[in-house]
Design a protein around this ligand. Sequence first.
Ligand code: G3P
Length: 224
Amino acid sequence: MKFFIDTANLAQIKEAHDLGILDGVTTNPSLMAKEGIKGEDAVMQHYLTICELVDGDVSAEVLSTSVDEIIEEGKKLAAIHPNIVVKVPMIKDGVKALKWFSDNGIKTNCTLVFSAGQAILAAKAGANYVSPFIGRIDDSNWDGVELIKQIAQIYKIQGYKTEILSASIRSPLHIVKCAEAGSDVITSPLEPILGLLKHPLTDLGLAKFLEDAKKMRTELATAK
Ligand code: G3P
């Protein structure tokens, strides 16, 4: 399973990259706004900076909602860097645009997916990635991980090549459950990724090993 970080924050992208496990980045208009990135030029420059930091796919979301405008915007985003993946919302014009991008060699990520039916449409339209928002599904009293399992089963049976990119991750357990459910990729904020490191027995065990090693060194020194 590939690990993408879901942020436009350069320090956090760098921290995940330095860990050596980062395969890509996803952003959305809310995440760009959170970093204070405003205006077309600043947005384009920010995507380029991210692409130069990370050697992997970087999703850049279109803001348009009509097919012609999505295509024009997507072409501009794709021209920034070969690793840009155009992120397109799951709406009727988005599906038409996904097909156009697929026919014209531009990589896509179909976003705002909340059902298996939407995931089937995204695959049929040739999206490279489909992004089900599992945290937001949990928020609405459904089970986001169950949707990942269902999509994984459908894609396997049907032989769809679209990769399942589980998004709206809220916890380390979400990441583990997505791996178990057959997700190809997760995109997560930094905190849940770092949360995977944590276990109290690791900390206790390391403290004991270090204490015993110190004793061993002291005993060796006094024996000399
Ligand atoms: O990638 C989609 C993600 O950014 C949405 O996450 O936490 O706003 O539901 P969240």
